[in-house]
Design a protein around this ligand. Structure first.
Ligand SMILES: NC(=O)C1=CN([C@@H]2O[C@H](COP(=O)(O)OP(=O)(O)OC[C@H]3O[C@@H](n4cnc5c(N)ncnc54)[C@H](OP(=O)(O)O)[C@@H]3O)[C@@H](O)[C@H]2O)C=CC1
Ligand SMILES: O=C(CO)COP(=O)(O)O
Length: 347
């Protein structure tokens, strides 16, 4: 079998995944639309804009040719921002073979259709078996993976063999990979945690302290689980790496772009300026709009996501949003407690 694998788009996460694969003795072709970046990766073994001075393995070769990237490749890892997933998939269509293992590592929904990323891939790649698409997610900042810090992730697919094939390619002594059959839960958990991370950045920016952040993480998880379960995810997935695991890292890490965006917003910067300054994708902004619509579509209460929507898009102050969250009507922590439990003993 070929030792060639492809990674599509050379952003921070794509380059970090390419480094894990190169460490595992695979020959990695890293596709980018940017010729200057391709030259820098091939000649200087660096991707300076996204990962600074870190030296990349010579096993990573960059190209702007999708045909070259996908030619006789054993696996392809798609790591485009959610907004570009459909466009990248369209470019893959003429060259992707059915035997290739297809993994995506993107965290978000398509803004217009509210589709999950695996659905977008399935729609644009009709020659590919949709049940074999693999999703990679979990607590994994590129800046730490590239330095080989211990990291755990999950690969999910309805096709166990496909998930295990992706696991085999990625797993090593610092990158531990678990499998999970729950594609929906893993995708929804990975996307929605970015909303809560933006909120955590706002909370920290306002100086609200650790109690508030713990509250946000915990009640945020309740919202993620509610919507994720309604969309068809397994509730247990949200207690795993793609749920609480990713939520914790994104809400507490200095590397998180979503946390940083929230923190800067709390300093009074307008959203557009914050996003421009970041120069990297902040998925949580569009995901807040998606969650706003999805929660209504599924009839799910998501007070934190709603307040964040009001702050980002309706000019509400973060302080007023926090006050409104704290002043909500009394409720139960665990929804089931509110319902009378029917058992065979009580009739
Ligand atoms: N960074 C991280 O630690 C992690 C990120 N993720 C997820 O990975 C996904 C990608 O994020 P990340 O790598 O951080 O993003 P970055 O902002 O670091 O990089 C985005 C990359 O996408 C490229 N790109 C954007 N649009 C297109 C397009 N239409 N065609 C080709 N290339 C395109 C950009 O190229 P150009 O420079 O030419 O614009 C850039 O190289 C996101 O969904 C994110 O949530 C998941 C886990 C960890
Ligand atoms: O998903 C991530 C870590 O698991 C990256 O989060 P940010 O996009 O907020 O940096």
């Amino acid at each position: 079998m070929s030792d060639k694998v492809a990674v599509l788009v050379a952003g921070s996460w794509g380059t970090a995944i390419a480094s894990v694969l190169a460490e595992n003795q695979l020959d990695v072709t890293l596709w980018s639309r940017n010729e200057q970046q391709v030259a820098e990766i091939n000649n200087e073994h660096r991707n300076h804009r996204f990962l600074g001075d870190i030296e990349l393995s010579p096993r990573i070769r960059a190209t702007t040719s999708m045909e070259e990237a996908l030619h006789e490749t054993r696996a392809v890892f798609v790591v485009a921002p959610s907004a570009s997933m459909r466009e990248v998939a369209l470019q893959m269509r003429p060259f992707l073979r059915q035997e290739t293992i297809l993994v995506h590592a993107t965290k978000g929904f398509e803004a217009t259709t509210l589709r999950r990323m695996s659905t977008v891939l399935a729609e644009e790649l009709p020659q590919y078996d949709p049940y074999s698409i693999v999703v990679l997610s979990g607590p994994s900042h590129a800046e730490e993976v590239i330095k080989q810090c211990p990291t755990t992730v999950v690969v999910a697919s309805e096709n166990t063999e496909a998930a295990e094939a992706a696991q085999d390619l990625l797993i090593n002594s610092y990158f531990r990979v678990y499998t999970n059959p729950d594609v929906i839960g893993v995708e929804v958990g990975g996307a929605l945690k970015n909303i809560i991370a933006l909120g955590a950045g706002l909370t920290d920016g306002l100086g609200y302290g650790d109690n508030a952040k713990a509250a946000l993480i915990t009640r945020g998880l309740a919202e993620i689980s509610r919507l994720g379960t309604a969309m068809g995810g397994n509730p247990l997935t949200f207690a795993g790496l793609a749920g609480i695991g990713d939520l914790v890292v994104t809400c507490t890490s200095k590397h998180s772009r979503n946390w940083r965006a929230g923190y800067t917003l709390a300093q009074g910067e307008p959203l557009e300026t914050v996003l421009q300054q970041m120069g990297m994708v902040v998925e949580g902004v569009k995901t807040t709009q998606a969650a706003y619509r999805l929660s209504r579509e599924y009839g799910i209460t998501m007070p934190i996501a709603d307040e964040l929507y009001a702050v980002l898009f309706e000019g509400k102050s973060a302080i007023a949003a926090a006050q409104d969250l704290m002043g909500r009507g009394r409720t139960h922590e665990i929804e089931e407690v509110a319902k009378p439990v029917q058992t065979k003993w009580f009739g």
